[in-house]
Design a protein around this ligand. Structure first.
Ligand code: Q46
Ligand code: ZN
Ligand code: ZN
Length: 337
């Protein structure tokens, strides 16, 4: 197996690109894919301040590393979720990466701990709020990532969703014809109404490729899945898509990118239609507790914290927001990597 570029020994084969690469040219390939995603979807500008949602897993550390390598000023944000050993271990990987890249590349890790800072953990919060753990977790992470990005003055919030994540979510949305979600499943969500700009620079890389990138780049990441992920339906969709991909390499990328090219605009919510009504929770006003935009008096996050018996930190600033409308919940509907 020889590298397509230098003919040296290859370490990875990429059937969908009909190519094999040595470590150096595979790293270059990953960088090119991220640069291309950033430019194709106009994700960010070179001078932007970037906040990366970091979990300690392969995708978030890979995207942080790739953005730093491309010269972006990118800090990380890690949220301790209070999920037993998993959280203790994942935090260690995020901290080690940040320490290794602090000096030469200026990377800084911001940390929030649900238990210390808000008085609840994901298993307890989910029970108290009668939500699934991933629903309570997604709600908490979205709120805290959005808030940290805005309060920290960042221009862009980056998540490590990769091609497999996006294709699996698309698959799920198509299975149920969730047209409101389909119309907003894009790799860029613009900033609006008190929400930061959110982008997914890894959409051109598969899960296997981000794992390989970490290995060839010497990035130590948490391999174990979150213990709460068992039974997550997106894992089943990923398996189904992987079987198709083995028989027909490139299907996953075709499915997702053809959707973006040819179909996503057809599902864009139109005012006055049933879809728009379901997608749009209505006029937003600042949450009475935390100031974040919400369509109810108290936002879902503050209600979750309250039900779980916790409380926000004393110094939580009430952040004024511009009143307006938003596009509803994150259409990816998937946990952050
Ligand atoms: S961390 Fe949270 Fe994920 Fe665990 S509880 Fe679910 S959403 S599976 S990426
Ligand atoms: Zn090579
Ligand atoms: Zn609130």
């Amino acid at each position: 197996m020889k590298c397509r570029v230098c003919r040296g020994p290859a370490v990875i084969d990429l059937p969908r690109h009909n190519a094999n690469f040595c470590p150096e040219h595979f790293t270059r390939f990953c960088r090119d894919q991220v640069e291309r995603a950033i430019s194709d979807f106009d994700m960010m500008q070179p001078e932007d301040r970037i906040l990366v949602a970091v979990s300690g897993g392969k995708d978030s550390l890979a995207v942080w590393d790739l953005l730093l390598g491309l010269g972006y000023a990118a800090d990380g944000l890690y949220i301790g979720l209070g999920i037993g050993d998993y959280s203790d271990t994942s935090g260690g990987y995020a901290r080690r990466f940040a320490q290794q890249h602090a000096e030469p590349r200026g990377a800084k890790l911001i940390e929030i701990d649900l238990v210390d800072d808000y008085g609840y953990d994901i298993p307890g919060g989910a029970r108290a709020a009668r939500r699934t753990p991933c629903s309570a977790c997604g709600l908490s992470k979205r709120h805290l990532f959005d808030r940290a990005a805005l309060d920290g003055g960042y221009d862009v919030l980056v998540t490590g969703h990769n091609l497999d994540d996006e294709a699996a979510v698309l698959f799920g949305n198509v299975l149920r014809w969730q047209t409101d979600y389909l119309g907003r499943q894009r790799p860029v969500l613009p900033a609006r109404d008190g929400f930061p700009r959110k982008v997914k620079p890894l959409v051109r890389l598969s899960e296997r490729e981000t794992a390989a990138y970490c290995i060839v780049s010497g990035i130590d990441y948490l391999v174990d899945e979150c213990p709460m992920s068992a039974g997550n339906k997106h894992l089943g969709y990923k398996e189904a898509l992987n079987e198709i991909e083995v028989r027909s390499p490139g299907s996953k990328a075709d499915f997702y990118f053809s959707f973006l090219r040819r179909a996503v605009d057809r599902f864009a919510p139109e005012p006055g239609t049933g879809d728009a009504d379901r997608a749009d929770p209505g006029v937003l006003a600042p949450c009475a507790r935390c100031g974040s935009p919400t369509s109810t008096e108290v936002c879902a996050f503050c209600r979750l914290v309250e039900r779980a018996g916790g409380s926000p930190p004393d110094d939580t600033p009430a952040r004024p927001v511009t009143l307006g409308r938003r596009g509803g919940p994150d259409p990816t509907g998937t946990p952050s990597p």
